[in-house]
Design a protein around this ligand. Structure first.
Ligand code: ATP
Length: 302
């Protein structure tokens, strides 16, 4: 079994107080292992980004822990936190927003090397930038001198991936990394993430509302609804044989994940959709031990 690098251990994050408390993430336990990806899947508002932010230490959980190689990060010293921030790199949804329009691509890659890779001498920086661009399948001669606006969305996202790799991370958190890209280039970027994961033994958290894309990247999958993980397991098993009604609902909306279930995005009846949602949002039962009885109860109700 490969090593767990980063884990959320029974982590809960709430916003607001009293009756207005929102449980953005409730009792989340996930483990990111070297050389493997976990897909966190769910519709908008299910809590995926909150989990990513806890993994990035942007939010500390109200309860539960963030563990890095078994060490709780809540009480870590500043030096350990700085090292954590290098080891855990994020790739964002919007490939343009995270690039400075006034700087060349070479500059974007040079900065993290200068800041975080002191072992690379001045003379080797250009060669390392070339290597990084080649790794993400971009031609260094063409791309390095360009500015972000001169690249396509897919090329920009590859630059973001190269920049994340520049600091030699152990974990990549990719939050909807292809949702703003042209459909024709999405698969290429997902395949690249997959290659990086294997070649560099990276642990990866892949966040998406599109359960179908999880197959391309992730060995494991966790399905979220209303701040909770309702089902998890090996990606192929969960997709081919979903046990939880909410996972079935999510799969019924593929291949048009942008469509709302209520607008005919799912082939389930609207009252059945409502029943699945209310069951999935319950916090009193043991949602994790999913049994076919859950499904039977929902169908009987609908
Ligand atoms: N800073 C915040 N303040 C108050 N509520 C928040 C905050 N961040 C998130 N929430 C709430 O927590 C819940 C989960 O949000 P989150 O952004 O994690 O979902 P998501 O699955 O990532 O959605 P999306 O795919 O739209 O980004 C939502 O109900 C959201 O409104």
């Amino acid at each position: 079994m490969s090593e767990t690098i980063l884990a959320l251990d029974d982590a809960t994050k709430t916003f607001g107080h009293g009756a207005a408390t929102v449980y953005a993430a409730r009792n989340i336990s996930i483990a990111l292992k070297a050389g493997r990806a976990l897909a966190l899947v769910g519709e908008s508002g299910s809590g995926k980004t909150t989990c990513a932010r806890m993994a990035m230490l942007e939010y500390l959980p109200n309860a539960g822990r963030v563990l890095f190689k078994g060490q709780p990060m809540q009480d870590a010293a500043a030096k350990e936190i700085a090292s954590y921030r290098r080891s855990v790199q994020m790739i964002f949804q919007d490939p343009f927003a995270s690039l400075n329009p006034a700087q060349t691509i070479a500059y974007h890659l040079k900065r993290p090397l200068q800041l975080h890779r002191p072992e690379i001498g001045k003379a080797e920086i250009t060669a390392t930038i070339r290597e990084l661009l080649q790794r993400v399948k971009l031609d260094p001669d063409i791309i390095a001198p360009k500015y972000p606006h001169e690249l396509s969305g897919g090329q920009r996202q590859r630059v973001n991936i190269a920049r994340a790799l520049a600091v030699k991370p152990e974990v990549i958190v990719a939050d909807e990394p292809t949702s703003m890209l042209d459909v024709s280039v999405r698969l290429g970027v997902l395949n690249l993430l997959n290659d990086m994961k294997r070649e560099m033994n990276l642990a990866m958290l892949y966040i998406t509302h599109d359960i179908a894309t999880a197959r391309f990247v992730a060995e494991d999958i966790a399905v979220m609804y209303a701040g909770q993980i309702v089902e998890w397991g090996a990606t192929s098993e969960v997709i081919d044989n979903p046990q939880h009604p909410y996972t079935r609902l999510l799969l019924s909306a593929v291949p048009n994940p942008d469509m709302r279930f209520e607008d005919g995005g799912s082939d389930m009846q609207p009252d059945h959709v409502d029943a699945v949602r209310s069951l999935s949002a319950r916090t009193d039962g043991d949602l994790i031990e999913v049994t076919p009885r859950h499904f039977a109860r929902v169908t009987a109700k609908a």
